[in-house]
Design a protein around this ligand. Structure first.
Ligand code: AMP
Length: 506
């Protein structure tokens, strides 16, 4: 069985109906069960007032029910809005308010939950279908029609921005995976990235369209190391999908090898730079596996360019290329910036006409997007991604707008002037984030109201966006164009630490 993304229904329903579709953190579902439960979910959602083009927030972490809800939403024609529990309540509320939503589906309890009340004291209560008045509890339908999902990503203003992805875009994604990735019949995917991170849509749409299996690995499971890998071996995972950072962590474990994972034949990477050293180590540990480096922003449905990183590619490059545009897409460099055109480009950010005007345009009759990535093409036509034009960073694979952290810091008491600063390794990757708050004094002491700054930030930001340290300074330095000089602040941080280290060493 599989899910036809063009027709939005399950097809080939008597073929391998008893094969595993989803191995959730809580329970496993065969294809037959996935189809039945997705239909039942769509019926339930309909009773709660959800319908075609009415977005439905699905919140949870790696439950089989999360997958059921996404498939059910596709059946119903309701764009799903995936929200992992790594996002604090406050962030989910802001997403809900952008959508005008008052109800969401909680994959953990398997119930629709009402977001009643306002502000911090607001309650989240299960809501019964009978009590739900459609007009009161469901968001208005979206202006954009036939969307598959709306995925919220870090926004510079402090508000997450909703990337609207059409059904034609996910169909193009699945067609590309089927045509070029050589994943075989019914691939078994590792799904580890949160569903609120678009990398995970590889496994969602790959599993659905190819009739495969998704093995959902929770944060608790992946933290276990050896048992996590043993679980992947038990389920015969064939296709590893992650950021390079996540694979790098696994190298610490000797079981992460062809012997430990004998069925694994493909590494599918996206989301950040794939370091040459990591690719080399993987070639040694998994001599029979293909390594595919893919590149692309959430705004262009998971990935847009690709290259198989074999020994020849490794021999010729000190920094890996991101390859060539996928079928049906065009990628070009305009004034140093990578631009993407094709049917897989988003319909636009939800309610952000300002951003849409600045970042979207039409190219050869197709939707096109300015990525904000610096790019280049070599004489062979291979594309390279060379960092960012703006203050967006990647840390451990997570996409973070530093200005979103700034906004959260400035909302803290006595922190009207504050900035987040990435500390980079020699290769340019971000090791951690620290933050500075201007106090007008040289004593280096934080205002008393900031003693529990981490807890205050955690109410608003996901854990991966919270700086590891907050330091006081007299004023924040600015560059020639009067932007906060984060490079200078990183240098100040190093100076303070080098001095402290020298004093410590006597
Ligand atoms: P996201 O929207 O989370 O997928 O992040 C997209 C951004 O991650 C891109 O705009 C790039 O800055 C970066 N990125 C994604 N894939 C790659 C890659 N293969 N190599 C280098 N940078 C990448």
């Amino acid at each position: 069985m599989r899910f036809d993304l063009g027709k939005s229904c399950f097809v080939d329903t008597d073929v391998r109906a008893d094969a595993w579709a989803v191995i959730g953190a809580d329970r496993a579902l065969r294809w037959q069960q996935l189809a039945e439960q997705a239909h039942a979910w769509a019926g339930q959602a309909h009773e709660h007032g959800f319908a075609a083009d009415v977005p439905v927030i699905v919140r949870g972490h790696k439950e089989a029910g999360f997958f059921v809800a996404m498939a059910g939403a596709l059946l119903l024609g309701a764009p799903f809005v995936p929200v992992d529990t790594i996002y604090p309540d406050e962030r989910m509320r802001r997403i809900a308010s952008t959508l005008g939503a008052q109800t969401y589906f909680d994959a953990h309890s398997g119930r629709f939950v009402s977001l009643t009340g306002r502000g911090q004291g607001a309650q989240m209560e299960p809501v019964a279908a009978a009590s739900a008045s459609a007009s009161a509890s469901t968001p208005p339908s979206l202006h954009e029609k036939n969307l598959a999902y709306v995925l919220f990503t870090s926004g510079t203003t402090g508000e997450p921005k909703g990337v609207q992805i059409g059904r034609e875009s996910v169909a193009a994604l699945a067609d590309w995976m089927a045509a070029d990735f050589e994943l075989g019949d019914a691939p078994v995917f590792l799904n580890q990235a949160p569903f609120s991170f678009d990398l995970s849509m590889y496994e969602v749409f790959g599993t659905l369209a190819l009739g495969g299996t998704a093995v959902l690995a929770s944060r608790a499971m992946t933290a276990q190391g050896a048992p996590f890998l043993a679980n992947l071996a038990r389920h015969g995972v064939t296709t590893w999908v992650s950021t390079p950072s996540f694979a790098q962590l696994q190298l610490l474990n000797p079981q992460f090898s062809q012997v430990g994972l004998p069925a694994l034949d493909t590494f599918l990477f996206c989301g950040e730079v794939l370091p040459v050293a990591l690719a080399r180590q993987l070639r040694q540990r998994f001599p029979a596996a293909r390594i595919i480096n893919t590149y692309g922003p959430t705004e262009a449905t998971v990935a847009t360019t690709w290259i198989v990183v074999d020994d020849a590619v490794l021999a010729h490059h000190a920094r890996l290329p991101i390859g060539r545009a996928k079928r049906g897409a065009e990628v070009f460099v305009d004034d140093g910036e990578l631009c993407i055109a094709g049917a897989h480009v988003m319909r636009g950010y939800l309610n952000r006409e300002d951003l849409n005007a600045a970042r979207m345009f039409t190219h050869h009759g197709e939707r096109a997007f300015r990525t904000g990535d610096l790019g280049a093409v070599d004489a062979d036509g291979l594309l390279f991604c060379q960092g960012r034009i703006d203050d967006q960073i990647k840390m451990g694979g997570y996409r973070i707008e530093l200005m979103e952290i700034d906004a959260a810091l400035r909302a803290l008491p006595d922190a009207a002037s504050a900035a987040a600063v990435p500390l980079r390794r020699p290769d340019g990757s971000v090791a951690r984030i620290v933050a500075f708050v201007a106090t007008g004094s040289d004593d280096g002491r934080l205002p008393g109201a900031l003693h529990d700054w981490k807890a205050l930030l955690a109410a608003r930001l996901p854990s991966y966006m919270i700086p590891s340290e907050l330091l006081a300074c007299r004023t924040l330095p600015v560059s020639v164009n009067f932007k906060i000089d984060r490079v200078q602040l990183a240098q100040d941080y190093r100076d303070v630490h080098v001095n402290a280290q020298r004093q410590h060493n006597g």
